[in-house]
Unconditional design. Structure first.
Length: 372
C-alpha cells in the first residue's frame, strides 16, 4: 500500500481495507466542519456525546455550544452499563427525540454513543445486552468523529462496556456507525500519553487478530497491514504531534476496526478485562499493555515489541500496582478472564480449555501483581 504522509493525500485515499464494512468512512481535513455540514445536508436531528477533555480545545468548541450535548468524562472510567442507562433516560426525557447520536472523542466516548443509540430502542438495562448475537431493535443512527485514532471503534459493530459482573461489549450490527468522519489533525492537542497508548491499543488489536486461530483470512490480511503501520509509528517518538504519524495512525486504526469484524483478539485482551474490572480508572490500552508484558510465553514477539515501543518513547513498563490492583483482586480477575471463552479459543484454538485453566490464569495475575 502507498500510505499517504499528509492529510491532503489522506483525503484522496480510496478504501484501503479488505473486510466489508457498512460504515461510510469519510477522510477529512476539516472533520468538525464536515460532520456538521453532512448532518445538516442529511436533515438529521443530532445529539452529541463528546469527551469532556475536549472542552478546552478550540477546534471542538462548536460541539460544546450545542444544546443537545452530553460531556462524558472518559478519563474517570470506561463507559459502564449504568452510564448507558442514565444517558438513555436523559435523552428519552427530551421534548424532541434525536434521530442520530454523534460520538466525538476516543474509543470510550464513541462506544458510549454507540451503546446508547441502540439501547434507545431496547427497554432492558444495558447489561442485559452485553454479549453476542442478541436479538435487538435498531436504535438511533450512529455517527462518529474520532479525536484520537487507533482504537478502530469508528467502524466496529461493538460497544465495549464495563458491567456490574463483566466487561463485555454489546456486539450487534446496530452498534456499527453509519458514518465515520476521520480527520488526523484532531489528535494535535491530545496528551502524549493518550497518543502513545491509543496506538499501542491499535498494535495489540492487529497482533492478536493476526496470530489468532479463529480469524477469517480477510481479517488477517487487514491486520497484517495494520500491524506493520502500527509498528512503524510506535517505533518513533510520539511525544509531540507529527502529521505523518497521525495519518498513518488513522489508516492503521480503520484497519484495526475492519480486521476485528472478521477477526478476534486473544489472551492479552482476556487478561486485560479482569484488570479493568478491578480498576475503573485503568485505561483499556494500558490494561492490555500490562497483560502483554506478562504473556511472553504466549506472545513472545508481542512482548518484545511492547518493550521496544516503551523504550523508544522513554516510558516505563506499566504496572497494575500503580492502579491499586493487588492480591485481593486476583479471584475476581480470574473469574472475569475465564468468562472470555471466545478470546481463549482465538489464542489457543480447539482444546483451549486444557490450557486456559483457572490455575494458569491465576499464575498470570500473580506475576502481574508482583511487578514493582
Amino acid at each position: 500500500m502507498n500510505v499517504p504522509k499528509t492529510i491532503k493525500e489522506f483525503v484522496k485515499l480510496e478504501p484501503w481495507w479488505k473486510t466489508p464494512v457498512n460504515t461510510r468512512v469519510v477522510p477529512s481535513e476539516d472533520g468538525v466542519g464536515d460532520i456538521f455540514r453532512m448532518l445538516a445536508e442529511a436533515g438529521k436531528k443530532p445529539f452529541f456525546v463528546v469527551d469532556k477533555a475536549l472542552a478546552g480545545q478550540a477546534e471542538f468548541a462548536r460541539f460544546f455550544a450545542e444544546k443537545n450535548l452530553f460531556a462524558f468524562d472518559a478519563s474517570f472510567s470506561e463507559p459502564r452499563t449504568g452510564d448507558v442507562d442514565a444517558l438513555r433516560a436523559l435523552i428519552q426525557a427530551l421534548p424532541e427525540q434525536p434521530d442520530t447520536l454523534v460520538g466525538v472523542g476516543g474509543g470510550a466516548t464513541m462506544d458510549l454513543a454507540k451503546a446508547t443509540a441502540i439501547c434507545l430502542a431496547n427497554p432492558e438495562p444495558a447489561q442485559v445486552y452485553q454479549g453476542y448475537g442478541l436479538d435487538m431493535n435498531k436504535g438511533a443512527d450512529i455517527w462518529v468523529l474520532p479525536a484520537l485514532t487507533g482504537t478502530g471503534a469508528e467502524i466496529t459493530p461493538i460497544a465495549v462496556l464495563r458491567g456490574p459482573e463483566k466487561k463485555l461489549g454489546i456486539n450487534n450490527k446496530y452498534t456499527e456507525a453509519e458514518v465515520a468522519v476521520i480527520d488526523p489533525s484532531l489528535a494535535r492537542h491530545a496528551p502524549a500519553f493518550n497518543r502513545f497508548y491509543t496506538m499501542m491499543d491499535c498494535y495489540f488489536h492487529h497482533y492478536e487478530i493476526k496470530t489468532s486461530k479463529t480469524s477469517a483470512p480477510e481479517g488477517v490480511e487487514d491486520a497484517t497491514l495494520g500491524f506493520a503501520l502500527a509498528k512503524q509509528v510506535l517505533s518513533r517518538d510520539l511525544s509531540v504531534y507529527n502529521e505523518e504519524n497521525a495519518v498513518i495512525s488513522a489508516v492503521a486504526s480503520v484497519l484495526g476496526g475492519s480486521s476485528s469484524v472478521s477477526g478476534r483478539v486473544g489472551a492479552a485482551h482476556a487478561i486485560s478485562y479482569g484488570l479493568s474490572n478491578s480498576a475503573p480508572h485503568l485505561p483499556h490500552s494500558v490494561a492490555v499493555a500490562i497483560s502483554m508484558c506478562a504473556l511472553e510465553d504466549v506472545y513472545p514477539d508481542g512482548y518484545g515489541d511492547t518493550m521496544s515501543f516503551l523504550a523508544a518513547n522513554g516510558r516505563q513498563k506499566p504496572k497494575a500496582a500503580d492502579y491499586g490492583i493487588g492480591e485481593k483482586d486476583v479471584p475476581k480477575m480470574v473469574k472475569t478472564a475465564l468468562g472470555m471463552e471466545k478470546l481463549w479459543h482465538s489464542c489457543f484454538g480447539d482444546g483451549w480449555q486444557e490450557k486456559a485453566t483457572p490455575e494458569y490464569i491465576e499464575g498470570i495475575y500473580n506475576r502481574i501483581i508482583k511487578e514493582r
